[in-house]
Design a protein around this ligand. Structure first.
Ligand code: UFG
Length: 341
């Protein structure tokens, strides 16, 4: 029988791409989103790609009653992928309570509702931020967790602990926490992509908005890191590859292949790429010249991090299939479409 997956935050960036991949694998998808940081029009993009309209509910999962009502309305949910959360690192430093209240309450409400309605499978959006600046690279799932360097990062660490503790007393639920490295790019159709609000904090939306003429120039934060070209290194993963890993995680839970009640997986490409290399890739695939200047380091940034992805490759039977160039081109095609360039 067709399984139903509740995708919280499903009109957001990673959620929308995951909803598409789930629907294309014949999962029945219910999206819930508060629409605080995303737009209803994302559903049209999903429908155009998949030729189906996903079911949609607008609700704020940080509200307990709204969460319980949602699960009452959809009694046949087989799994939850919990994306819904605030994610701006800088904002979390300025408004820590807003972040703790939203990200932790929504998770606890979802867990409570899952237990009440006997929903047995959870995939949770975590982040490589839980590793801080690791001493040894690349990072494996065994790399020690370090003190978080932002309230946002701390919500991801605490969330993983909340899930662990709750599953300890609720062994009927199994969970997979996916630790994302840096998701970039957009769907190849350019019908869905990232829609940052205001001035983008993240590198790739800033690059594409600069190329589109919305920003004067990109500041490369830091030219004196101990890296080959002096700029910081990250592991940039195409959002569609990331979305496909969620489908694999869901398959794993449904197939009963999980080996522990909570499993953690790094999701990256296994390759470190510098900020300057990102700019080069963008210029190469678009043929454009990107205006940029070298600037001071951004407070809170780690120097370099990339993933060891062996565990995800083996256990999820998942490999990334898209390159940095593919991601840059798809991000640009998306930017061009939304700006009507
Ligand atoms: N960068 C610039 N100029 C910009 C924006 C970013 O040089 O205008 C640089 C950053 O300094 C960093 C790299 O590009 O070296 C990547 O920065 P992003 O902001 O795109 O991504 P981060 O690695 O800082 O953050 C991401 C996610 C967070 C997550 C974090 C974990 O956005 O949600 O990874 O490391 F917590």
């Amino acid at each position: 029988m067709q399984k139903t997956v509740l995708v919280t935050g499903g009109t957001g960036y990673i959620g929308s791409h995951t909803a598409v991949e789930l629907m294309q694998k014949s999962y029945n998808v219910v999206i819930v989103d508060s629409l605080e940081n995303s737009e209803l029009s994302v559903l049209d993009g999903i429908e155009k790609i998949t030729s189906q309209k996903p079911k949609f509910e607008q609700a704020d999962l940080a509200e307990r009653n709204a969460t319980l009502k949602l699960f009452e309305k959809y009694p046949n949910i087989d799994a939850v992928i919990h994306f819904a959360a605030y994610k701006a690192v800088g904002e979390s430093v300025a408004f820590p309570l807003k972040y703790y209240r939203n990200n932790l309450n929504s998770l606890m409400n979802v867990l409570e509702a899952m237990a009440l309605h006997e929903v047995k499978n959870l995939v949770f959006s975590s982040s490589c931020t839980v590793y801080g600046q690791p001493d040894v690279l690349p990072v494996t799932e065994q790399t020690p967790i370090q003190e978080a360097n932002s309230p946002y990062g701390n919500t991801k660490q605490i969330s993983e602990e909340i899930i662990r503790d709750f599953l300890h007393v609720t062994p009927s639920i199994q969970a997979i926490a996916l630790r994302y490295f840096n998701p970039i790019g957009a769907h190849e159709s350019a019908l869905i992509g990232e829609l940052p609000i205001g001035v983008p904090n993240n590198l790739v939306p800033f690059i594409t908005q600069t190329a589109a003429g919305l920003r004067k120039e990109l500041s490369v934060f830091g030219d004196d890191y101990q890296t080959p070209d002096g700029s910081a290194i990250r592991d940039y993963i195409h959002v569609v590859d990331l979305a496909l890993a969620h489908v694999k995680a869901i398959d794993r839970l449904f197939n009963g292949e999980a080996k522990k009640t909570i499993e953690h997986f790094n999701l990256g490409t296994g390759k470190g790429v510098s900020v300057l290399e990102c700019i080069q890739s963008f210029e190469k695939v678009t043929g454009l010249k990107l205006p940029y200047k070298m600037a001071a380091r951004r407070p809170g940034d780690v120097e370099q991090i990339w993933a060891n992805t062996s565990f995800a490759n083996q256990e999820l039977q998942w490999q990334t299939q898209r390159s940095l160039d593919d991601a840059m081109l798809s991000a640009w095609n998306w930017e061009k479409r939304i700006r009507k360039i």
